[in-house]
Ligand binder design. Structure first.
Ligand code: DX5
Ligand code: ZN
Length: 217
């Protein structure tokens, strides 16, 4: 399984160094949580910060937009150096236009569903996306408990993609640590996001390795 540390749990006063730390620890991608205080009750980073930290690693930037109008900000995040941009199907922008906009900038699009949204909601977009992100907490904050009951959605989406012969990555985000990752591995998850599980671990490299190897048994 690939591992995407979420910078939401890093030391914001030295984000560049924190990125270098997880890069050296063997991370596969860097997950950046963008929140607007409307779509979720929290405010985080915008394109200026993404651009400022971009030079610190060559790893792909996985930008998770938790904002009301993602379509209006695709250009800004593309210019800032995003590689993958995921947006919520519960947001206000038209999903098809948003996917097309992300692709038009040469980036990889992904759709995200909150815990209350069904797996079937992503089916109309499956043939056009690179990734589906299944939230395993209510979006907004790090450090929440993993929702194991989201795993059937992962299984259903993987199965539907396979049925259609599509090569789609399924990512999970929220509450993933060495204690919970086995559920994700069993469900067939391709990428796990982990904030506190990695940044608050005693040994960063060991934490990354445990998550990466969780599906190798
Ligand atoms: C929550 C964010 C997550 C969060 C994960 O809205 O999308 O990426 O940072 O943090 P942990 O791993 O601590 O649950
Ligand atoms: Zn996230």
């Amino acid at each position: 399984m690939k591992v995407a540390p979420s910078l939401l749990s890093c030391d914001f006063s030295k984000m560049g160094e924190e990125i270098i730390r997880v890069d050296k620890a063997g991370a596969d991608l860097i997950h950046l949580d963008v929140m607007d205080g409307h779509f979720v009750p929290n405010l985080t980073i915008g394109p200026a910060i993404v651009k400022a930290v971009r030079p610190y690693t060559k790893l792909p930037f996985d930008v998770h937009l938790m904002i009301d109008y993602p379509l209006d900000y695709i250009d800004a995040f593309a210019d800032a150096g995003a590689d993958i941009i995921t947006f919520h199907l519960e947001s206000m922008s038209d999903p098809n236009l948003t996917i097309e906009k992300i692709k038009s900038r040469g980036l990889k699009p992904g759709v995200v569903i909150k815990p209350g949204t069904s797996a079937e909601a992503v089916y109309p977009y499956l043939d056009r996306v690179y990734m589906v992100l299944v939230m395993t907490v209510e979006p907004g904050f790090g450090g929440q408990a993993f929702m194991e009951d989201m795993m059937p959605k992962v299984v259903a989406i993987k199965k539907e993609a396979e049925k259609r012969g599509l090569d789609i990555l399924v990512e999970v985000d929220g509450g993933i640590s060495e204690k919970t990752v086995d559920h994700a591995a069993k469900a067939g998850v391709d990428i796990c996001v982990s904030g506190t599980g990695i940044f608050k671990a005693e040994d960063t490299a060991e934490a990354v390795r445990i998550l990466q190897n969780s599906d190798k048994n």
